[in-house]
Ligand binder design. Structure first.
Ligand code: UDP
Length: 238
């Protein structure tokens, strides 16, 4: 077996993807399929940490437009990411691979607090580590969380799973003339204003020299393909 291209990665999954066709909530067949992909990636020999969004349950901006304050809405969103972590952790463990959820905030009955030491320990044990609760701060996103955690734990790349096979100049589902990029610098990604990730995430990745690989999760096995170097995605690197 050849070594994976990256020995330690943070994989960013949108919460929305876990909703499957239903659009909201947690679709169990989708969770099981994602769990299979993560386990296959782990079996390639890479250490795998995962940051999941919460958009399938709550997005802070949306609830704050309906009467709660933005920080409270964002806290609800961060709690939503914990629910997704627990769903994914259960699916991974049911399939026989050890996993561990670490939370950005103290909730001892539910999960251990994220520390770099805990993440290193569980990754070294071969567990898939799920990083819940975002950064623990309002006004940030789980894209930024993925880059932050990757930098903190010394990951070699962030694998950003999306619904399309890379970064495009416009939404390819709406604009047939949209151009796909094989490679961009962090600065180009920020200046282009491409919607695939927020500017804070790109800025932190540039600052920490972290490559981001944007690829489609729709094809089963696509995470493994990226790790084997045969995947199809856009590489955002300095
Ligand atoms: N969130 C936050 N701080 C963070 C990460 C997330 O406040 O560090 C909140 C924010 O309200 C966000 C929600 O959690 O809308 C869900 O995260 P995100 O929108 O990134 O999820 P995704 O779109 O990837 O499903």
């Amino acid at each position: 077996m050849t070594d994976p291209v990256y020995r330690r990665v943070v994989i960013k999954l949108s919460g929305e993807y876990l909703a499957g066709q239903q659009g909201v909530g947690i679709d169990q067949p989708t969770v099981d399929r994602v769990a299979d992909d993560l386990i296959a990636a782990r079996h390639l020999g890479a250490e795998v940490a995962v940051v999941i969004g919460g958009g399938n349950i709550v997005r802070g901006v949306e609830v704050s437009s309906r009467g709660v304050s933005r920080p409270t809405g964002d806290t609800m969103g961060m709690l939503a990411t914990m629910m997704n972590c627990l769903a994914l952790e259960a699916a991974i463990e049911r399939k026989g691979t050890p996993a561990r959820t670490l939370s950005a905030f103290v909730m001892p009955e539910i999960s251990e607090l994220f520390t770099r030491a805990a993440a290193h320990k569980y990754l070294a044990e071969g567990r898939i580590v799920l990083l819940g609760g975002g950064t623990g701060n309002p006004f940030f996103t789980t894209d930024t969380t993925a880059v932050l955690r990757a930098a903190e734990i010394g990951a070699e790349a962030v694998l950003k799973a999306t619904n399309v096979d890379g970064v495009y100049s416009a939404d390819p589902k709406k604009d047939p003339t949209a151009k796909r990029f094989d490679r961009l610098t962090h600065s180009q990604a920020m200046e282009g204003g491409y919607k695939v990730m927020d500017a804070t995430a790109f800025a932190l990745a540039r600052e920490t020299s972290l490559p981001i690989i944007v690829f489609s999760i729709a094809e089963p096995g696509s995470i493994g393909a990226i790790l084997r170097g045969s995947g199809h995605g856009t590489i955002v690197a300095g």
